[in-house]
Design a protein around this ligand. Structure first.
Ligand code: ZN
Length: 415
């Protein structure tokens, strides 16, 4: 089982938009580009919505059957570790091994020195085609990388072996993520991390490094786009060279955990993919839940009241909603509309404030981020929320599909 060259991580909080999301991949295929959908839902999201990984499998299989999707698709156990992987073993065939918490921990002096011994001793630098500067490979430099990252790589090996023992090697896709780290990895760090993962015999097909800049939930990239472009291109070059040098899967590619909707970096990403032929996995799952909320608002009547009530609930429980996401949101509370004001809005006003159109003066990124993290309120509504989704299924589905296709797939893959 292998991940195709292009894939996108999608998914939704309430499992109702499987077909609507897959319809965007059908449209992309009709436009001549094949990408595999990967349904992802993290452990955190399952806990907040009270769902189990099996529900994502049911959703993905049902969507693929309903639309007679002929291609590959996957169910991602997103950001799992040894402590919670077991619950995902049956339902998932894609595992994102999150080892960011182990960065900086000690792998032990013996392991570090052995790693240095295996990789030092060359010219002191490594020339990587496509990189403007050579990668330093002095013993001191390699030791510094090993001290910072070797323990994290060992952890990835342990998680991988736990999954392989349960499911069988070769029956699932492996990603290693370090995106929730404090600092971006340099090209040299990524190169030796990949060397260590190859030695650990993790057959990784995607790797998610951290990039500079802020990847706040549901809103655009905040940072220097040119710096991102340099990092992204450097990472592509390092991966291509590492695949040639170490025994890593030939389809190893970059994974960008976008936090949804990083429109301003899609241009550079698309350009790099076309120039190099490299593959990409891009996760943008949270965007769908916000289309759901916008679709309810546009449904008017009771559904609009429900959307306003979700906002009011999230507003009243601001600290609780934001706490799990504190490092990946930037909300200015002074720019949040009052729940009373929102209750007076038309559906069109609600949707315009919420839907991500950065140049629309009615768009409010603070409102959008709070709703992004406020899905617990909708989860607590239980049946009444799910019934509203059914009642307004057609309108919501059209928004979900259009959002994924026009705002994400088109700039990434069709420009
Ligand atoms: Zn991530």
């Amino acid at each position: 089982m292998h991940l195709p060259r292009l894939s996108m991580g999608v998914g939704d909080r309430f499992g109702a938009e499987g077909e609507a999301q897959l319809a965007a991949f059908v449209a992309l295929k009709a436009a001549g580009v094949e990408a595999a959908p990967v349904w992802n839902k993290s452990n955190r999201e399952h806990q907040i919505t009270g769902t189990k990984p099996e529900a994502v499998r049911v959703e993905a299989d049902a969507a693929a059957r309903a639309l007679q999707w002929p291609g590959a698709y996957f169910v991602d156990a997103d950001h799992i570790g040894l402590k919670n992987v077991d619950g995902f073993l049956a339902a998932s065939d894609f595992f994102t091994l999150d080892v960011a918490d182990f960065i900086g921990q000690s792998a032990g002096d013996d392991a570090v020195q052995a790693f240095v011994g295996r990789h030092a001793g060359h010219a002191g630098t490594i020339r990587i085609p496509g990189l403007s500067a050579d990668v330093e490979s002095t013993p001191a430099r390699i030791e510094a990388v090993a001290r910072k990252y070797l323990r994290a790589v060992q952890e990835a090996g342990q998680i991988y072996r736990r999954i392989a023992a349960a499911k069988g090697a070769g029956t699932f896709v492996t990603e290693v993520s370090m995106d929730e780290a404090d600092q971006s990895q340099t090209p040299a760090e990524l190169y030796f991390i990949l060397a260590a993962l190859a030695e650990e015999q993790v057959p990784l097909e995607t790797v998610a490094p951290k990039f500079a800049g802020r990847f706040n939930k549901g809103v655009d990239y905040v940072g220097d786009v040119r710096q991102f472009e340099q990092e992204f291109n450097a990472d592509l070059a390092v991966i291509a060279h590492a695949v040639r040098t170490f025994r890593l899967p030939k389809n190893l590619k970059l994974s960008v955990h976008s936090g949804s909707d990083k429109f301003s970096i899609y241009g550079p990403i698309g350009k790099a993919l076309r120039a190099t032929g490299a593959g990409l996995h891009l996760k943008t799952a949270g965007t769908t839940w916000l289309e759901e909320a916008a679709g309810l608002a546009l449904g008017g009547g009771e559904a609009l009241k429900l959307a306003a009530a979700i906002y009011a609930g999230a507003f009243a429980r601001y600290d609780e909603m934001c706490k799990p996401y504190a490092t990946v949101i930037d909300i200015d509370r002074n720019r949040l509309p009052s729940p009373d004001a929102v209750r007076s809005w038309s559906g069109a006003q609600f949707a315009a404030a919420l839907r991500h159109a950065p140049r629309n003066p009615q768009f409010n990124p603070h409102f959008r981020q709070l709703l992004h993290v406020g899905y617990k309120v909708a989860a607590e509504m239980g049946g009444s929320y799910r019934e509203a989704l059914q009642t307004h299924r057609a309108g919501i589905g059209a928004l979900v599909t259009e959002n994924l296709f026009e705002k994400h797939m088109r700039p990434l893959f069709l420009m």
